[in-house]
Design a protein around this ligand. Sequence first.
Ligand SMILES: *[C@@H]1O[C@H](CO)[C@@H](O)[C@H](O)[C@H]1NC(C)=O
Ligand SMILES: *[C@@H]1O[C@H](CO)[C@@H](O)[C@H](O)[C@H]1NC(C)=O
Ligand SMILES: *[C@@H]1O[C@H](CO)[C@@H](O)[C@H](O)[C@H]1NC(C)=O
Ligand SMILES: *[C@@H]1O[C@H](CO)[C@@H](O)[C@H](O)[C@H]1NC(C)=O
Ligand SMILES: *[C@@H]1O[C@H](CO)[C@@H](O)[C@H](O)[C@H]1NC(C)=O
Ligand SMILES: *[C@@H]1O[C@H](CO)[C@@H](O)[C@H](O)[C@H]1NC(C)=O
Length: 261
Amino acid sequence: MKSQMVLSCLLALVARAVASIGDSTFHQGALKCTSKPPAFFLAGDSTTAVQSEGGGGWGNGFLSFLKAPAWGVNLGHNGATTVSFVQGGDWANVTDYVKRNTRRFDTYVTIQFGHNDQKPASNISLSQYQANLERLAREVKGIGGTPFLVTPLTRRSFVSEHQTDDSLHDQRLATIAAARATNTTYLDLNQASMNYANRIGNESAQVYNLHPNDTTHLNDYGSVVFGRLLADLMIEKRGCLERWIGPNETLSYDLWHGIPA
Ligand SMILES: *[C@@H]1O[C@H](CO)[C@@H](O)[C@H](O)[C@H]1NC(C)=O
Ligand SMILES: *[C@@H]1O[C@H](CO)[C@@H](O)[C@H](O)[C@H]1NC(C)=O
Ligand SMILES: *[C@@H]1O[C@H](CO)[C@@H](O)[C@H](O)[C@H]1NC(C)=O
Ligand SMILES: *[C@@H]1O[C@H](CO)[C@@H](O)[C@H](O)[C@H]1NC(C)=O
Ligand SMILES: *[C@@H]1O[C@H](CO)[C@@H](O)[C@H](O)[C@H]1NC(C)=O
Ligand SMILES: *[C@@H]1O[C@H](CO)[C@@H](O)[C@H](O)[C@H]1NC(C)=O
């Protein structure tokens, strides 16, 4: 009896180890955590950005969980695409932060776009979007940082009570393809946020809107809720960061059990 239990425990451990080797082939972009604390620089559009009149994302909510001396800066820019973020100088600010801090910190850059790249007016094809993400990820690695490619936060617009319109489907796939092409870890925020929105349903999902009819941007509370989701996804892919990201077990429980937070 006892030896059977030990055996099944061992088998479970082996299965997990095999699963994590499989995962590391594609998703684990960089090295393990070192003894240095982490610093996070968030690159993205308004669904990452600080809450303001014209936008607001998960960025500040995520940063609110960090335990000093871990720290981060939300460099999300309202309206940004993978092109405008570079041309407008935001990306140079991100890479400056990485360069100035790699000596004392493990520097991480989250890269999340798609909501504006997908608009016809931006004139960015899906393959250009993917190539741009690949270039950004490679650049972070080239200066000693670790990129996370983040699939775009779902819009909370529904076709029925428990079904969002999945409007970023193609951008999710292109982001994952960019991660595979560059051996970068990706965080599937699109899938996780869409699953959550679908489970809690349209009515409950509108609580997080920046304005009552704004199903794209997040208010302060929405930032904490979806920032927590991002934190949980990050810890899942890179467990050694857990000591730097404070928990909220109640919120995590709700998020992963489809309970409206
Ligand atoms: C992917 O990155 C990891 C961590 O840097 C590295 O160990 C591995 O060799 C890389 N794999 C490929 C196929 O480049
Ligand atoms: C980049 O950083 C500088 C210095 O903090 C700031 O003045 C500038 O507005 C930033 N650029 C963008 C596009 O945010
Ligand atoms: C859209 O992008 C394509 C490819 O880069 C370019 O040839 C075309 O001129 C652009 N169209 C507009 C309206 O900017
Ligand atoms: C979702 O909820 C909003 C706000 O209550 C409502 O305007 C919209 O019609 C609902 N959508 C669906 C598909 O039920
Ligand atoms: C929200 O949308 C509804 C229906 O589309 C509209 O009647 C209402 O005026 C809008 N509210 C705001 C604050 O824009
Ligand atoms: C965890 O999150 C919930 C929901 O946002 C909040 O009410 C609670 O205060 C948080 N708990 C802690 C310990 O921060």
